[in-house]
Design a protein around this ligand. Sequence first.
Ligand code: GLU
Length: 418
Amino acid sequence: MAHSFLETVQKHLQIAADVVQLPRHVADILAHPKNEIIVNFPVRMDDGSMRIFTGYRIQHNNIRGPYKGGIRYHQDVNLDDVKALAALMTWKCSLMDIPFGGAKGGVKVNPHLHSKDELMRITRRFTHALGSNIGPDYDIPAPDVGTNAQVMVWMMDTYMNRSDDLTKNAQRGIVTGKTINAGGSQGREQATGQGVAFCVREWARMKGIVLSGKRAIIQGFGNVGSYAAKFLDQLGVRVVAVGDHTGYLRNERGFDVAKLFNHARQFGSLAGFQEGDPISRDEFFQTKADIFIPAALENQITSKEAEWLEVQCVVEGANGPTSPDGDTVLTAKKIDVIPDILANAGGVTVSYFEWIQNKRSEFWDLEEVEQKLEKKMVKAYAKVMEYSKRKGISNRIAAYAIALENLKVAYEERGIFP
Ligand code: GLU
C-alpha cells in the first residue's frame, strides 16, 4: 500500500515507540508538531509584477533544545511533507546527542525559475514574515534542498536588522550553514556528504569489506550527493552512475569525480557533462554496484526500485528516500540500510558546531571540525548497529528507538506542565 511520507514517519514512530515502551502520552505528543506556522507573503518580481508565495515553518519538538532544521525551496513543498521532515529532525538531533529539537521549513517555489535578486527578495520577505517565530535560542534554520549558504546569509541579515545596534551581533546564530565570512563554520558545506562517507567507511569496516575499487551509484548531485561522491572517491570507491533533476549518467570506468563536482558547481546541475552515457532513471536503479546513495528527495525507493537495486548497502543521504514497501523489499534482499537520521546527520552536527562557535565568538579550523564530526558519526553509527543487533530490529527502527529513549528520559524527568 502506498503511504504518504508523513504516514511513513508516523508508522516508524509507532513501531519504535513499542520497542522502547514509550509512555502513551509521550508518543501522542511526538506524533504531532508543537507549532505549525504558515505564512503567505508578497514579493516584487524583476518585471515589476507582484506574486504571493506560501512558506512554512513546522516546529516539531523542543524538549531537548531549540528547534532546529533546514529550509527547503521546492515547487512541491507542502504542509504534510514539512511535518514529516520536522519530526525526522527531532529524531536526528536526539540520536546524535546534540541539544536541539526538530523543525523544518520551506517555501513553495522552484528556485531554478528565479533570478538571484528574486530569490533574495523571497528569502528576505519570508524571514520577515516568520518574524519572532524564529530566534538564535529558539528556532534555528539551515540549508536544505534548494537553499544554500547565500540564502542563509540573506536570512541572517534580514533577521539581524530587526535588532538595535547593541544586540545585533548576538543574533548571528539565527541560522547555520552560513558562508564563512558571515560567521559560518569550516566544513559545514561538506558535512552531510562527509557524514555519509563516514557511514560507508564504518559499514565496510564492520563487514570486513575493502572499499577500494567498489562501485557506487548516487541519486542527486546537489550539496549532499556531490560531496558524498568526493569523499567516496577519496576512499577509492568508483562512482559509476549519477543523476539529478536534469537526468542520469553512467560511466562504467568510474567518473572523474573532481571534474563532475566542478561541473555541477559551475552549471548548477549535471546537464551538459560529457564524460558519461545518458541513461534513464530505470536504468540508473538497475546499475550493478555495491553502494547506493540516495541524495535527492523522499519516496524514491519504492518496491519497484528496490527490486531493481543490485547493491549491498543503501546509505540514505536524503531524508525519507525509502517507502515502507521499498524497505520491505530491501530487507528481504538482505541489503543493508543506513537510515537517513544517521546517514545524513553530519549536516546538523556541524550546524551545532557552527552555533557553538557563534555563541563563543570562536572560529575552529577545518581539522578540528572534521575530527569532531568523525567522532560523533562513528559513535552514533556503532550505537545504531549494536542496538539493532541486540534487539533483532532494522537499523531504521533502532535509530528511531535510540532517539526516542533520549526523548523519553527528557519527558520522564520534566513531566508535563503544569
Ligand atoms: N537540512 C539538513 C537536514 O535535513 C540540515 C539541518 C540543519 O543543519 O539544521 O538535516
